[in-house]
Design a binder for this molecule. Sequence first.
Ligand code: SF4
Length: 467
Amino acid sequence: MKHPANIGRGAKVALVSLGCPKNLVDLQVVASALRGAGFDVGVPEDAADAILVNTCAFIESAREEALDAIEEACSRKAEAAGRGRGAPAVVVAGCLPQRYRGKVLEACPEVDAILGVDDLDRAPEIVRAAIDRAAAAGAAAPAIDAVARGRSTRLFTAREPWFVLTPGPYAYLKIGEGCRHACAFCAIPGIRGRLRSRPAANLVAEARALVSHGIRELDVIAQDVMSWGRDLPGRPGLASLLRELDALPGEFRVRLLYGHPAGCTDELLDTVAASRRVVPYFDIPIQHASPDVLRLMDRRDTVAEVPRMVERIRERVPGAVVRTTCLVGFPGETDAMFEELLAFAKATKFDHLGAFVFSPEEGTKAFSMPDPVPARVARARHRRLMKAQAAVVAQKLDALAGTEATVLLESPPARRGEPWTGRTERQAPDDIDGVTFVRGLPATARVGDFVRVRYVGHTDYDLVAEI
Ligand code: SF4
């Protein structure tokens, strides 16, 4: 979308990022559009002409966090107005206004504008209009509503894909939007729409730009990366995209995040095993191990896949690290079904396992399903699963002592003599799998270096290594 030249005129915009990395990529698209229109982005909130809060609305706790952040932005606005300073405009973007436009404006009437997930490219004109609205305090103009009705259908590429908001030498490569599955508990297809894959050429160009700007790890994301390409002409699969990324020049690695078990094909596994750059890391939420619960969840296509999947990955990809996510307390989950999940998790020994307690989401099939599990029971199951996983992790980390790995250095020591912080292939960004502390690095070490280390110990979830 074209905007009048320099519509931003140097106006300062503070960005507040909430939710998952997919949301962060949307915020990068917005930030990049704003920069192109002459805005100065990423300033502190107390120096901003506008505060843009990019929200998540996946589950109740995410909505609460989003409303807290919006209220905080609104109180900054009120405080500045009370002191006679120019009050910053408040713009709310992302999943929350997309899903609950009315509720956002009702709960926070001081909000100047809302921006939906299909309107990211309108950010410059909307932020400009919001700033003008906030400056004309007292004029009772209605808030600006830039949220397209209905399911999301669009797909965006950032104007400057190398402009990233990640704090280290890594970047998220969002390869598609929406989801082709319809899990009974999940609100995402309703908010984000059906699967749309970005074309390979577009992704390869973005990857090239990121690597040439110093990015050393590309974290490939989507609602389900394994579905990539199914909606494109010729139905290319993720394996073909990985081969193209693998062939790019430069020193970097590639990591796959968020895959649906149904897409974990032998071709994909063999491609990862043969690749130079794609690390043998698989993040595949199984959600459950009881066939009955999987059927109730409308994940029938994973019933046959789940029991053998991890074994198959470990057989075909030497050194594979497997992360999964489980959902406990789904309606109809009996004690016996939960025990089945617990026994499976203990026997499978996932390298990383996260778990959520079911939260009924409006607009999903599971919202009105019978046989709800009492919250207390669900929480107790969650605790038992996480306790069992903590024991698995402790065993796994003990077994790593003395082995070698390659660390991507991400932050230097705060003080002399302290270790560097980095991540090995077994650790995804944003601290979800912990980090590796590296001792004994030379003074010449730099952020973005890959260094070979030997593990010497660990804390609960972090590893300690020496050069
Ligand atoms: S695969 Fe993931 S995003 Fe898609 S419907 Fe299921 S849980 Fe939601």
